[in-house]
Ligand binder design. Structure first.
Ligand code: ATP
Ligand code: MG
Length: 138
């Protein structure tokens, strides 16, 4: 079992000033920060990150949204990191997310849903290395 996951505070949550509150909840859930930076993705970089969704009808919207403003990207460490983080952020659609989850509290819609969390150990590694060089990971 891996102990790392990758996250991004998405442009909607950043714009609304929720980054601090979201990071506070992540730390209180027991995660340690192993890499972190604020950045604005180009449409090309956002498209590459979400390439798995290329054929989906919402892909264009997703790329436009993810490159619309600053994000906070991070690699996080804790036992059972990936699975527990998906529980902490809640369902993709905030209307279906459980009470107390980050998406329930901070997301407005399925398209603009405040935060990303890797869906497997393998993807956590791929996504972390996609956003951070070796020198930026601790
Ligand atoms: P993420 O990968 O961002 O953590 P997720 O794993 O919960 O989200 P995915 O199925 O990987 O959900 O979808 C990636 C992103 O694409 C979602 O977070 C959302 O922003 C967008 N998305 C997914 N489904 C839809 C939809 N039906 N309409 C609009 N946008 C969608
Ligand atoms: Mg996903």
């Amino acid at each position: 079992m891996s102990n790392r996951t990758f996250t991004m505070i998405k442009p909607d949550a950043f714009r609304k000033g929720h980054s601090g509150a979201i990071l506070d909840q992540i730390l209180k859930a027991g995660y340690q920060i192993k890499a972190m930076k604020m950045m604005k993705l180009s449409a090309e970089k956002a498209g590459e990150f979400y390439a798995v969704h290329k054929e989906r009808p919402f892909y264009g919207e997703l790329v436009e949204f993810m490159s619309s403003g600053p994000i906070v990207a991070a690699i996080l460490e804790k036992d059972n990191a990936v699975e527990d983080f998906r529980k902490l952020i809640g369902a993709t659609d905030p209307a279906k997310a459980e009470e107390g989850t980050i998406r329930k509290q901070f997301a407005a819609s399925v398209g603009e849903n405040a935060i990303h969390g890797s869906d497997s150990d393998a993807n956590a590694l791929i996504e972390g290395s996609f956003m951070f060089s070796g020198l930026e990971q601790f």
